[in-house]
Design a protein around this ligand. Structure first.
Ligand code: ZN
Length: 396
């Protein structure tokens, strides 16, 4: 058993009552225990960043290594297909996530309409786009209308200013002010590509051309010499924020995120990062500086599936210097903390929701927790049993 917030327990037992974990450790003397065989018990996984509305896609849009800006053109075309397709895709994405043992999700949403299912647990960040000065007021008003929509009752809500190339600093300030009023988390794509840095630094390059092409360009929005840091400083004023990607942040920016780790997290989307063939991700450096790093799949528009376990395995393979326990933490507790749900999810801990997965251990000869976890991350076995809020879903 790998509880994440305490040491692994060989032969561990987790006791569930209703939807909660009540005890973690060795079984009580008279308890009835189900023996699951040679498996690792892990907390339900946390996908801190995805866009479920693209879950109907059978394969990523475009081709590996393409420019992000050209991929965004494909996304824009894909989006023009109406609400019914979107709602179905979200429902499909939720089902797929659950089947992969993902029990908590941070989703970027564009529609208020529900997916007809409420599980697994999901924070829906409503996306906002508005680059020109003229758009800031109307984009904020449209968001407020969505946030106040009665169909959101009982839903966990956040706000997502899309990215620096679609949201002006002025609009970002308005959205962060709104997040403070409502105590909502904020998620923003930041420093994803070098082209984005060029737009901020000199108001030129492929993103300037895209904005121009879509009649969204307004040269007065960005001051020359702008760095992602000014967006980070604004995001840090939100009750909680998720900085998505951060592929090209400099040392001052990483230090700033680390200093604000209690309420600012970075979300690394490993296979999406690889799809666009970005510069190597400085994950070791980030962790060494104390940055809180969670993991996300991003959407099926840039990733083959919504398996967070596959992301963790990709990280273990491509960043071998990082300990398997740190990889596990990024895929569970760090994600729950990023989403503000660590009192409910992210570890096997009494009082939390009974979200638990069992993954077969391939190397049952060893009883060193570290080597068991390494071989689990090196294998490709799926989660064979999943409990969501105490309910056994019997996947296999
Ligand atoms: Zn994204």
């Amino acid at each position: 058993m790998f509880p994440v917030d305490r040491l692994p327990i060989v032969g561990g037992v987790v006791t569930i009552e209703g939807d909660r974990i009540v005890d973690v450790g060795k079984p009580a003397a008279n308890a009835t225990v189900t023996d699951l065989g040679s498996v690792a018990l892990l907390p339900g996984l946390v996908n801190a960043h995805t866009h479920l509305e693209f879950s109907h896609l059978r394969k990523p849009l475009g081709r590996a290594g393409m420019l992000l800006v050209d991929w965004i053109r494909l996304v824009i075309a894909e989006r023009g297909r109406g609400e019914v397709v979107t709602v179905d895709a979200v429902a499909k994405g939720l089902r797929e996530s659950m089947a992969h043992g993902v029990t908590t999700i941070g989703d970027i949403a564009t529609t208020v309409a529900g997916a007809g299912t409420t599980e697994p647990d999901c924070v829906s960040f409503f996306e906002v786009i508005g680059f020109s000065r003229a758009r800031a007021e109307s984009a904020t008003a449209a968001l407020i209308e969505k946030l106040d929509d009665r169909r959101n009752a009982g839903r966990r809500i956040g706000i997502s200013p899309h990215a620096p190339y679609t949201v002006s600093p002025d609009l970002l300030r308005k959205l962060v002010a709104e997040s403070r009023m409502r105590n909502f988390p904020v998620a923003m794509h930041l420093a994803e590509s070098r082209d984005e840095l060029e737009l901020l630094a000199s108001r030129t390059g492929p993103f300037q051309e895209l904005l121009d092409e879509r009649s969204m360009w307004d040269a007065s929005v960005i001051s020359p010499g702008t760095r992602p840091l000014i967006y980070l400083q604004e995001l840090a004023k939100a009750p909680r924020s998720l900085v998505v990607h951060g592929n090209y942040l400099d040392n001052d920016e990483l230090t700033f995120i680390a200093e604000n780790r209690e309420h600012v997290s970075l979300v690394y989307c490993p296979r999406t990062h690889a799809y666009f063939q970005h510069a190597p991700y400085p994950l070791e450096e980030m962790l060494a500086r104390g940055v809180q790093v969670a993991l996300g799949t991003d959407s099926r528009a840039s990733n083959p599936d919504l398996s967070l376990l596959a992301e963790m395995r990709f990280v273990a393979r491509t960043h071998p210097a990082i300990s398997p326990h740190d990889v596990l933490r990024m895929g569970t507790l760090a994600g729950a903390e990023a989403l503000g749900l660590s009192n409910e999810a992210g570890s096997l801990s009494p009082g939390k929701l009974a979200n638990i997965i069992a993954v077969p251990l391939t190397d049952s000869a060893s009883d060193s927790p570290d080597s068991l976890l390494s071989s689990l991350l090196a294998s490709d076995s799926p989660a064979i049993r999943i409990w969501y809020r105490g309910r056994n879903l019997n996947v296999v």
